[in-house]
Unconditional design. Structure first.
Length: 317
């Protein structure tokens, strides 16, 4: 094995010389084919890939890869992508895509096509996948990357459902269904994160005195810890009272954190937002800005994209 590794290194150095003869290069490539076949048979796929990358013949790799080793080969190729210059990085991704394509691993092939930023390849991978369950998985991957494909209803019986998945229409419903299944729907409070009762610091004075800075921090923590769950114990239940515990721009931040709690909830979120938008006028943006942030996760589509509700901050000068 060490001898084969040494020969591989010598081939790589010799073939990269500028004055190498064409006949010698052909013989070296032929010897490389034998070495790659040997490496594949002895579980040293990485060395085979390195040799083919060195001699710039990565296209011949596919004929030596079988179902027992393609996963390791593809994983190694993809892991090398950040460390090679252009256009070699695209060559590695295309090789991995072809291998995944050959063994019908469409979700991973789609990931390679997305990395290549080639919408034609994305469309091709999606079109050649005939399994309805895998098609939905591909649609979820595209939705996560904000990519949208127009599907023909004659070609895809579930075209409408697939396009809804790609448009993230049911993102809030799916998220909350998973949360209920994991039994984590119970709203949390900032103290669940702080766990200050575990500290051994002796408090000075009144420990329950409200501080505007502490309340502002609690608003942010509350927004992130209850993000997209649609419910909390500070704002959703008694929002007006909590807002007045903050000062000036802290009111705006506390109101904006409600957008995190109602993330993706276009239908029910606006009703809860209306309860607090009429309270603050000076340090809170207009009501059409304080809404659940949804559009940043949705692709551009006039049919399946909800109204462009965004969480925007408009600090006064």
């Amino acid at each position: 094995m060490e001898y084969v590794r040494h020969i591989s290194g010598e081939i790589g150095r010799k073939i990269s010389e500028p004055d190498v003869e064409a006949e010698l290069k052909t013989r070296l490539v032929q010897l490389s084919r034998e070495i790659v076949e040997y490496d594949m048979a002895h579980n040293t796929e990485s060395e085979a890939c390195d040799l083919l990358m060195e001699i710039e013949c990565l296209d011949m790799l596919e004929q030596f890869v079988d179902s027992s080793c393609y996963e390791r080969v593809c994983l190694y190729l993809i892991s090398c992508v950040p460390y090679v210059p252009e256009p070699e990085d695209k060559t590695l991704l295309k090789t991995a895509l072809n291998l995944y394509y050959k063994f019908e691993v469409y979700p991973l092939a789609l990931r390679c096509a997305i990395q290549l930023n080639d919408m034609e390849l994305v469309q091709e991978v999606f079109t050649n996948c005939k399994d309805p369950a895998v098609q939905k998985q591909l649609a979820f991957i595209l939705g996560r990357q904000q990519l949208f494909l127009e599907l023909d209803e004659d070609q895809y019986p579930d075209a409408e459902e697939l396009m809804e998945i790609m448009s993230n229409v049911h993102l809030n419903t799916n998220f909350q269904s998973l949360a209920r299944e994991l039994d984590i729907m119970e709203p949390k409070v900032p103290e669940d994160i702080y766990k200050s009762h575990l500290e051994n610091v002796r408090p000075y004075g009144h420990s329950n005195v409200d501080s505007a800075r502490q309340n502002l921090a609690a608003s942010f923590v509350n927004g992130f810890v209850n993000c997209a769950f649609g419910n909390d114990k500070l704002l959703a239940e008694n929002g007006n009272k909590w807002l007045y515990k903050n000062k000036e721009h802290g009111m705006m931040s506390a109101t904006a954190s409600l957008g995190l709690i109602l993330l993706w909830d276009v239908d029910g979120g606006l009703t809860q937002i209306d309860k607090v938008t009429v309270v603050i006028t000076t340090y809170t943006p207009p009501s059409h800005y304080i809404v659940p942030p949804t559009s940043h996760l949705l692709p551009t589509s006039t049919t399946y994209t909800p109204a462009p509700y965004q969480l925007q901050t408009a600090l006064p000068p």
